[in-house]
Design a protein around this ligand. Structure first.
Ligand code: TXE
Length: 475
């Protein structure tokens, strides 16, 4: 199978004629040829998007909404097909793609299709002198760069608000997981998204991605990916004064106090550690447990981790699939070795699974302090550390002890403490007695090195539009 770029409503080959293989991580076998696009392809896509902008930006919100709702319906009608594609492309369990990735992509299109119908803009009356109102206008061509861990979900998180608010876009999905984006392009034609409104250029980040970030006719960039790449994107976008949203890595704490509902805390923190093989930026990879329940927690958590079923992602009972790539597999295994060198104890997992593909056992590590590299650096795999704490201040200090600040999950029945600790943790999201609950109206993003800017709900509509103040003299 060979996929194409999607430019100006047509599927086209990369101008260079070059392709690279897309690998199924669960078998290590190639499943598709992907365009190795370069600046020339990005140029063509930006030109098509620029061309479509005047008409699309003047299309009524009602009409844009209708088209995007049709696209949401089509994704929903093709849910099973898309979930299978996503699972093969990414290595994640099919059941997870069906329950999480694709339904959330549907929700993204539905939410932003209707949000634009209800988005109000402010008016300020200056006594009897003047009326100021805020005009929110789309900016033009949005550059959207997305990662491989939740491919369609994170791509639609960007495409939906960008085009709902009247921009056109050029999206560059991860080179590791291009297949659902290709299917989305086909569905967009069926839904009646006009040619040039949504363009997709496949290829490597350093080539196609960088060309998009550097393009003069792309005034805004929304990027989700690793922190190192995010810094590179920021460095090239900043001198051109582009609007920039960066959603980057995480090293998220799960903090369990002794008064928590322990069964719920263990069940949910197992999910937050190992769902999607730990390849979700919001995964809880550092667990901190109050000392009085530490041993009990470690025993139950370890037992739960050992029971998780790892294997063929297409098997309905599989809970942990394959890591995204061979390079990532070695990165994750390298951190497990490092944990041993740093003096940690592996109490569950710790090894590659003996089968084709890139599988690593759910791994639980104890005995490491917060300053160890394993607790400081994003591993982005099924590897979690558990560390005891003695009191609330220490729990907060441990939670805040990395350069990341994306999310945190707190477990306690003490209402006052829950609010106090939530306010003291430096992160974009704090979940109390839960994890990954989502309301699309809330602002989403990271603190510290986990990112810049907020997306989600009306924040996304504001990111993808520019506010203009219009001042009218009264009288
Ligand atoms: O992601 P990259 P990688 C973290 C995770 C992972 C690490 C590296 O720790 O191990 O990042 O992963 C495009 N200009 N996360 O290397 O490079 C790239 O093609 C423009 C967390 O796979 O960040 C892809 O489309 N674009 C994260 C996208 O950036 C560039 C999810 C993300 O790839 C580019 C993924 C460049 N110079 C990894 N270089 C999360 N926050 O969820 C690459 N890209």
């Amino acid at each position: 199978m060979r996929i194409s770029n999607f430019i100006g409503g047509e599927f086209v080959a990369p101008k260079s004629g070059a392709y690279f293989p897309d690998i199924n991580p669960a078998t290590a076998q190639p499943i598709a040829d992907v365009p190795d696009s370069d600046a020339a392809d990005v140029d063509a896509a930006v030109a098509a998007a620029k061309n479509a902008f005047p008409v699309w930006s003047r299309t009524t919100a009602e009409e844009r909404s209708r088209i995007l709702l049709r696209l949401a319906d089509l994704i929903e009608q093709n849910l099973d097909d898309l979930a299978r594609i996503e699972s093969r492309d990414n290595g994640k369990p099919l059941s997870l793609a069906r329950a999480l990735d694709i339904p959330r992509a549907v929700a993204n299109f539905r939410f932003f299709a209707t949000a634009i119908l209800h988005h109000a803009s402010a008016a300020h009356i200056t006594d009897t002198t003047a009326l100021n109102y805020t005009l929110r206008q789309p900016l033009g061509v949005a550059g959207l760069i997305s990662p491989w861990n939740l491919p369609l979900y994170l791509l639609s998180w960007k495409i939906a608000p960008a085009i709902a608010s009247g921009n056109t876009c050029v999206a560059k999905p991860s080179e590791l997981t291009p297949l659902t984006a290709d299917r989305l392009a086909q569905l967009s034609l069926e839904a009646g998204v006009p040619a040039g409104v949504m363009n997709i250029v496949h290829g490597y980040g350093a080539k196609a991605g960088a060309a998009l970030v550097e393009h003069r006719d792309v005034p805004m960039i929304s990027f989700t990916g690793g922190t190192v790449t995010g810094a590179r994107v920021a460095a090239s976008a900043a001198p051109m004064f582009k609007k920039l949203s960066l959603e980057l890595g995480g090293k998220n704490p799960t903090v369990v106090f002794a008064d928590a509902d322990l069964n719920d805390a263990i069940r949910t923190s197992l999910r937050s550690a190992f769902w999607n093989q730990g390849e979700i930026c919001l995964c809880g990879s550092r667990v901190f447990v109050e000392r009085s329940i530490y041993d009990q927690f470690v025993d139950a958590f370890t037992e739960g981790a050992k029971k998780l079923k790892i294997g063929d992602p297409s098997d309905e009972s599989t809970q942990v699939g394959a890591l995204i790539s061979e390079a990532h597999l070695h990165k994750v295994l390298g951190y497990i070795e490092l944990a041993k060198e740093e003096g940690g104890t592996i109490v569950a997992g710790g090894s590659r699974v003996d089968r084709d593909g890139y599988f690593v056992e759910p791994t639980v590590i104890t005995g490491l302090g917060c300053d160890r590299r394993v607790l400081q650096e994003e591993i982005f795999g099924p590897v979690v550390t558990i560390t005891p704490f003695d009191h609330e201040e220490e729990a907060v200090a441990f939670a805040n002890s990395t350069r990341y600040g994306l999310s945190a999950s707190l477990w306690t029945r003490d209402l006052k403490r829950a609010h106090r600790v939530a306010a003291a943790i430096d992160s974009g999201t704090v979940w109390i007695n839960c994890w990954l609950l989502r309301d699309l109206r809330v602002p989403f993003g990271g603190a510290k090195d986990s990112g810049v800017g907020r997306e989600g709900g009306f924040e996304s509509l504001e990111f993808f539009t520019e506010a203009k103040n219009v001042c009218v003299k009264l009288g």
